[in-house]
Write a protein that binds this ligand. Structure first.
Ligand SMILES: Nc1ncnc2c1ncn2[C@@H]1O[C@H](COP(=O)(O)OP(=O)(O)OP(=O)(O)O)[C@@H](O)[C@H]1O
Ligand SMILES: [Mg+2]
Length: 157
């Protein structure tokens, strides 16, 4: 478990994640309401070079938001998807084929359609108002040490 003291730490974790992700792969952002999934995605977008003045907010109603970074970044929130057949119009598989990096909230019910995520990031609330972050997946070991180092710097900002 990586401890995320404050929002700065979550953003720093996301930024560090950006450098670890391969184009054409997706990551699952898991955890309860308000756990920091969108904040983590915002950090990834910044890490991919998205300008500070471009907002990265919850795509709950649009479901998917695409950002003009290199590689392109797609952030989705599948909370309101009730059936896998609603996935196709979102074009996520096409984006992955084109080499985008895709970060999805509430996506694990759709792993059969999306394929296995490169990483699963599990956020949780801690007793002190911060967050905990667990990293799972084939690349998790390497990601953990990178994230720990980045988070230590980010929480001081
Ligand atoms: N490490 C942290 N410590 C304390 N607060 C944090 C931390 N990371 C993020 N937050 C705060 O948690 C709140 C909710 O964050 P966010 O919207 O990213 O959550 P979410 O998991 O995407 O929620 P939802 O399930 O509604 O989509 C925000 O106010 C954010 O600033
Ligand atoms: Mg969110």
């Amino acid at each position: 478990m990586i401890h995320l003291l404050n929002e700065g730490a979550t953003l720093a974790a996301g930024e560090a994640l950006a450098s670890l992700l391969r184009p054409g792969s997706w990551i699952a952002l898991e955890g309860p309401l308000g756990a920091g999934k969108t904040t983590l995605a915002r950090g990834v977008a910044r890490g991919l070079g998205l300008a500070e003045d471009v907002p990265v907010t919850s795509p709950t109603f649009a479901l998917v938001q695409e950002y003009d970074t290199t590689p392109r970044f797609v952030h989705g929130d599948l909370y309101r998807l009730s059936h896998a057949c609603e996935l196709e119009p979102l074009g996520l598989l096409e984006r992955l084929d084109e080499g985008a990096i895709v970060a999805l909230e509430w996506a694990l019910p759709f792993v059969a359609e999306l394929g296995r995520p490169e990483l699963v990031l599990r956020l949780s609330h801690d007793d002190a108002g911060g967050r905990g972050l667990q990293v799972e997946g084939a690349a998790a070991e390497r990601a953990r040490s990178k994230l720990r180092a980045a988070v230590a710097e980010g929480e001081a900002l």
